[in-house]
Design a binder for this molecule. Structure first.
Ligand code: URA
Length: 229
């Protein structure tokens, strides 16, 4: 910590430019767009999902499909707005073919960029959506059913944060019971955001980033820039 919000935002935009033509894993061959993430570059609340789906891949923006609409609705119910109050990113920045689960080597290749986003945005709360995001950010071996709704203090990218695992919104679209749990867990977000940054942490769950060494390509940009408020 230490850099000003405008400095951190400028660096985040730089990372976005560097990642646009990433070829670190095989997903580069099948994706349409890298989905870097979007929202307020100085948000206290960061959401981390799993990977872009069909619509995200086409539009180059996270959570623009049905799961994203539910996310927006649940946020609105607790008085939060996606663009104003959050930054949303995924564990993987590229869509796995047919929305299959992320592979360990894909997570390994992409994780440094997620950690770099955490380092630059400096969220106080990271809400992990589902199993892959929760394992990636918390380093905890337990499944999402056990961890959901239980905030924990974790060091992520050198930063003490409250990690708050919840079900993925896609689960809430499939089952009424899951939707009830999701809604309950969202109700706790304002209280977690009102709390101070944790001091004692269980981490580090994630090491320092090695991201940001690629140079910027000259390809046209998807309409993602300008989304870092
Ligand atoms: N599901 C995710 O995990 N991320 C998205 O961006 C969209 C759907």
């Amino acid at each position: 910590m230490g850099a000003s919000a405008p400095q951190r935002r400028a660096e985040l935009v730089e990372r976005f430019r560097e990642l646009k033509d990433c070829r670190r894993c095989a997903l580069a061959a099948t994706r349409t767009n890298v989905v870097f993430g979007a929202g307020n570059a100085d948000a206290d609340l960061m959401f981390v999902g799993e990977a872009p789906g069909f619509h995200e891949d086409r539009q180059g923006r996270p959570f623009v499909g049905a799961a994203g609409k539910l996310l927006d609705k649940l946020l609105a119910e607790v008085g939060l707005d996606r663009e104003r109050d959050t930054f949303i990113a995924n564990v993987l920045k590229c869509r796995p073919p047919n929305n299959r689960d992320p592979l360990p080597e894909e997570i390994e290749a992409c994780k440094p960029f997620l950690l770099e986003q955490v380092r630059l945005i400096e969220p106080r709360v990271i809400c992990t959506l589902g199993r892959f995001a929760t394992t990636c950010i918390s380093g905890r071996p337990e499944g999402i059913t056990k961890l959901r709704g239980r905030p924990m203090a974790v060091e992520v990218a050198g930063l003490p944060v409250t990690v708050y695992p919840i079900y993925h919104p896609a689960a809430g679209l499939r089952s009424g019971a899951m939707l009830t749990r999701l809604r309950e867990d969202f109700q706790r977000l304002p209280e977690l955001l009102a709390a101070a940054r944790p001091t004692a942490v269980s981490g580090p769950a994630a090491g320092p980033s090695e991201a940001g060494t690629e140079s910027a390509p000259a390809a046209p940009e998807p309409a993602q820039l300008g989304l870092f408020g």
